[in-house]
Design a protein around this ligand. Structure first.
Ligand code: C5P
Length: 197
């Protein structure tokens, strides 16, 4: 059976953690679509390629780079992600992943709205900018005020772009993780999946 779970939301809201946990629990494949944009951003920066060329030339090894989780990669990703041709170059891979047998969990910014509008379950995972910046800071260190500024900057860019802006699908369930433990957030997501399987 093909079963698709679309999980969208801003940076550091808990999408990745929830996605990995429910994918494992329900035996679904998982695709972190942010990694595609991070890889395009870093490939473009380090190889001196135009972002569109980098997106078209993206290969599996690019997704194995060690620097993809850095703040720099996140910012680079959100800059290239505003370019329509970059997004277009990544659509087929994401949709093919979603229809593979057994079903899949995809997390990103536009999964429920653009990539998989027919997904059986759509979740929008969010949290206050302060909580998200604090989590990122615990993970990566640095200056917490700078991290908050970068989180806000990335939110504004992701929500403000013309092509596939970050917003909840009309039929998405919103999960605010600001005051939830990881276990509570995962349980809410799992309940939704259980109810629709
Ligand atoms: O989720 P993550 O923080 O790894 O995403 C990095 C950036 O990639 C986001 O800030 C966003 O600009 C872009 N992105 C996107 N669409 C997706 C996934 C990520 O535009 N489906």
């Amino acid at each position: 059976m093909k079963f698709t779970v679309a999980i969208d939301g801003p940076a550091a809201a808990g999408k990745g953690t929830i996605s990995r946990a429910v994918a494992e629990r329900f035996g679904l494949a998982h695709l972190d679509t942010g990694a595609l944009y991070r890889a395009v951003g870093m490939k473009s920066e380090t190889e001196g390629l135009e972002p569109i060329a980098a997106a078209k030339a993206l290969c599996p090894e690019d997704l194995e780079r060690d620097d993809l989780r850095t703040m720099e990669a996140g910012q680079a990703a959100s800059i290239v992600a505003a370019i329509p041709e970059v997004r277009a170059a990544l659509v087929a891979f994401q949709r093919d992943f979603a229809v593979r047998e057994g079903g899949a969990v995809l997390d990103g910014r536009d999964i429920g709205t653009v990539i998989c509008p027919q997904a059986e379950v759509k979740l929008f995972v969010t949290a206050s900018p302060e909580v998200r910046a604090h989590r990122r800071w615990l993970e990566l260190g640095g200056d917490e005020a700078d991290v908050l500024e970068q989180v806000r900057e990335r939110d504004a860019r992701d929500m403000g772009r013309a092509d596939s802006p970050l917003r909840p699908a009309v039929d998405a369930l919103v999960i605010d993780t600001s005051e939830l433990s990881i276990e509570e957030a995962v349980a809410r997501a799992a309940d939704q999946i259980e109810a629709r399987r």
